[in-house]
Design a protein around this ligand. Sequence first.
Ligand code: IYR
Length: 226
Amino acid sequence: MKTKLIDGYEYIEYIKETYPEEEALERSQAFRNWMEKRRTVRDFSDRPVPKELIDNVILSASTAPSGAHKQPWTFCVVADPEIKAKIRVEAEKEEYESYNGRMPEEWLEALKPLGTDWHKPFLEIAPYLIIVFRRNWEPAEDGSRKNNYYVSESVGLACGFLLAAIHDAGLVALTHTPSPMNFLSKVLERPENEKPFLLIPVGYPVDDTYVPNITRKRIEDIAVYY
Ligand code: IYR
């Protein structure tokens, strides 16, 4: 490994990952086609998932860039049926209130094609719940708080990487946002520097799975070239 000191800090040689144009085009098309197949799934099978798969997708998520490379995330992985049941009870309590008064009519209308409601059986059926926490700061030895930076952006990126890794492993996921979700800090006894960010059930889909017939925006709708 080639190394170099710059301003007193060690740098390592970056091993380039570049391709001839034609190969790059093929790869980008293949990657795009594969990403197009990813879908949010709500109907999970209880088929077990090896823990090593979960370790790997979390490690892939943790390759995401983060503010000042602070990696301000914690992935809590829940397989324990009792904890899953507790989470379901608490989530459904909040979701019931949301769907019955807290969410405005326009929001409920927007969700209708997706078929969501306050029932969250997947919280008990999916073999794993990955609850992603954002670490707003780090506790220092002397009791003070060390800052993290761009925490939302960083954790959002890590969650994106996580979903891609889950898809790559042949698993499915659901980005669930019970609201408010502070109950997760209590149930999982998380320290005060961590706040829940996303709850992601992971597993295999049931045999006969249907997902909403949605389309994705075209390049003209999402990109502006200058
Ligand atoms: N948190 C609720 C509602 C919900 C909100 C959005 I925006 C969605 O895309 C889907 C659901 C729930 O999880 O059901």
